[in-house]
Ligand binder design. Structure first.
Ligand code: EPZ
Length: 421
């Protein structure tokens, strides 16, 4: 079996209309959450990406019935799910496998999940997740690559996170949804997919208020019923397409997105001199004049998303002037810069700050993806470079972007996937 690579001949401006897919980071939280239901749940707008298939496989290994029709819906029947273990082979494939801890704790009071995988962008400890479970009365520990959590009865409590954590907020919401009494999460994450998960759980009969603010109140319910729910569009795919359009000096309208989720990126693109116009469910991005260098500092939502830092660096490599990019969320999220340098970018990294000197042009080269959003950065760079770029290690991109080369090709990109031996 050969491996796959993407071949991009850069220089074509992206033009036309494209529809964004359902959100990866919301789907990977909503799919495990179905274990909290006593009935069948139907989820719509789930993207056809590798992470979704791995989660469906984990649900089946726990005894749930999963019928996934890409582009239509995922129907999950959790009624016969009696497993509580997620093995290393499955858990290591993605970060979100650790959401089965909160979901299984809420469902049956016990969980054994191998330590999760996911992008190598820092140490990514889970101490806050374990602190949250313990506050709810669970015995939770991590030993030898296995996380175990047990609770005779989960009891609502107040939890104050030491730092804003998306995963920690999601995991505690899952465990608290059926706990006895009320849980209040302080210093909660406010990302759109936190709100989407809360809305999903509330559609099952949960009582969650305050999602999207830094204080979330969860009144535990004994039973949660089935539901039919459509997840929100992917904020990061929307942003990646916006950046790719600007980088290729194109003119693209992105449909099916939520412009208010994109405000931090939109503001930065406008500051650079990119033309961005919103309507209620679409965003149009157009080139209008040479781009100015800007400074970017990643922050928790609604600040500039860390997941867009990497493709944004690719765009900044040819802006006029020097851009300063500060990555405040993860400690090792600049590995894409080495690959961009191979394409002619002038970049320097000092701890969590990248200094990018604008150059006239990037040049195609063979490059390797090191993590999901680094892959997005290389896609953007390949689209804007002169000549041919070969992108290797595609499994990262396939984890998080649904049919991305089809979308880009439909906008005029010269991109194709080929098998090599
Ligand atoms: C989620 O990761 C996303 N992954 C990431 O997207 C995203 O970059 C990140 O949130 C921030 O928005 C999924 O949703 C599957 P965190 P997560 O817990 O939950 C530290 C992508 O490309 N921390 O908010 O792991 C942690 O080390 C991926 O789609 C602790 O110290 O992020 C990090 O420095 C990459 N202890 C910071 O907090 C903890 O217990 C934020 O992490 C938890 C987190």
């Amino acid at each position: 079996m050969g491996k796959e690579r993407l071949l991009i001949t850069g220089g074509n401006p992206l033009e036309g209309e494209v529809r964004v897919s359902g959100g990866k980071n919301t789907s990977v939280a909503v799919i495990p959450a179905v274990l909290l239901s006593d009935e069948v749940c139907t989820i719509e707008n789930i993207p056809d990406i590798e992470d979704v298939h791995v989660l469906a496989d984990i649900l089946r290994s726990l005894g749930a019935k999963v019928d996934y029709v890409p582009g239509v819906h995922m129907v999950i029947d959790p009624r016969k799910a009696d497993g509580y273990q997620v093995d290393y082979r499955r858990a290591r494939q993605l970060r979100a496998s650790y959401y089965f801890l909160g979901a299984l704790l809420g469902r049956c009071g016990k969980a054994e999940v191998a330590y999760p995988g996911g992008c190598k962008i820092g140490s990514r400890p889970i101490d806050q997740h374990l602190k949250g479970f313990a506050a709810l009365g669970a015995e939770a520990e991590e030993r030898g690559g296995l996380i175990t959590a047990n609770a005779k009865q989960l009891t609502g409590n107040d939890i104050f996170f030491d730092m804003v954590t998306v995963g920690g907020t999601i995991n505690v919401m899952l465990a608290a949804a059926k706990a006895n009494g009320t849980t209040i999460i302080y210093n909660a994450a406010k990302e759109p997919h936190i709100v989407d998960l809360a809305n999903f759980l509330n559609s099952m009969g949960a009582r969650i208020k305050g999602a999207g603010t830094d204080i979330i109140r969860i009144r535990g319910q004994q039973h949660l019923h089935g539901t039919t729910y459509a997840v929100i569009p992917d904020q990061i795919e929307t942003g990646t397409l916006m950046i790719a359009t600007a980088a290729t000096r194109g003119d693209v309208t992105i449909h099916g997105c939520i412009p208010t989720h994109m405000e931090a990126l939109t503001a930065k693109l406008l500051e650079m001199g990119v033309r961005v116009t919103d309507s209620d469910d679409s965003i149009r991005v157009r080139f209008q004049s040479a781009y100015r260098a800007v400074n970017v500092k990643t922050q928790v939502y609604p600040g500039f998303p860390t997941d867009l830092q990497q493709p944004m660096c690719a765009l900044l490599t040819t802006a006029h002037g020097t851009s300063i990019v500060q990555e405040t969320i993860f400690e090792q999220r600049f590995r894409h810069l080495d690959e961009l340098a191979r394409m002619g970018a002038q970049v320097r990294v000092m701890d969590r700050t990248a200094i990018i000197e604008g150059v006239g042009q990037l040049y195609g080269a063979p490059v390797t993806t090191t993590d999901l959003r680094a892959g997005a950065a290389l896609l953007v760079a390949g689209l804007m470079a002169q000549g041919i770029t070969e992108i290797y290690e595609l499994e990262y991109i396939d984890r998080g972007y649904e049919h991305i080369e089809d979308k880009l090709r439909s906008l005029g990109a010269d991109i194709r996937r080929e098998t090599f031996f």
